[in-house]
Design a protein around this ligand. Structure first.
Ligand code: HEC
Length: 173
């Protein structure tokens, strides 16, 4: 366990010990928001996709995220190779249209380059497109089912192939 993980565990134990000693009925109602705030300020920063404290389960908070590290493109992503891969490779074509704005299983990717930057606050188009391929449930497009896009592309595609796919998707304005 990392130093930080031990610290979190310690804080958790102290909090648990403190709350165990209090009779809930004697806590004035006005204190409840403070307790929430304190707990939130301690725990929220620790809930990240790379969090690895195995003794505490956050599965109710992020049940479907894969916890893979999402990169942005290295130099050399090739849209032509990406186009070829998209249409001949791991099956993107079977679920996604790229020309006619029609829904197959997933959304049409016409215009995905234009909307990618505004899908998630603070995340660039390039990051979002990597995330969409590598950890599809991190953001589920409204109106579409979660757990439908394969969850395995971060393992079955190389970083170069993913960059190529992203370079291709960035041409779909
Ligand atoms: C079995 C069907 C299926 C396959 C195969 C598939 N996807 Fe998807 N994809 C979906 C579904 C359903 C969604 C919408 C739900 C979500 O966000 O996970 C989606 C969402 C996306 C989005 C987000 C679109 C947006 O408007 O924000 C991108 C980008 C994407 N897929 C790219 C790909 C690429 C690239 C491949 C191939 C490597 C691929 N998908 C393969 C079903 C699929």
């Amino acid at each position: 366990m990392t130093h930080r993980s031990w610290l979190c565990l310690l804080i958790l134990l102290v909090l648990t010990a403190c709350s165990a000693g209090q009779a809930p009925t004697r806590v004035p109602a006005v204190e409840a928001p403070n307790a929430t705030l304190i707990a939130g300020s301690i725990f929220v920063p620790t809930i990240t996709p790379t969090f690895s404290l195995s003794s505490v389960s956050f599965s109710t908070i992020a049940p479907t995220k894969l916890g893979v590290a999402i990169p942005t493109s290295a130099p050399g992503g090739d849209p032509t190779r990406g186009d070829q891969l998209f249409h001949d490779g791991p099956g993107c074509l079977t679920c996604h249209d790229t020309t006619d704005n029609i829904r197959i299983v997933g959304p049409s990717l016409v215009g995905v380059a234009s909307r990618a930057a505004s899908r998630e606050p603070g995340k660039s188009a390039d990051y979002y497109l990597h995330e969409s391929i590598m950890d599809p449930n991190a953001f589920v497009v409204p109106g579409f089912p979660a757990n439908t896009m394969p969850q395995s592309f971060s393992k079955t595609l190389s970083p170069q192939q993913i960059d190529d796919l992203v370079a291709y998707l960035e041409t779909l304005k």
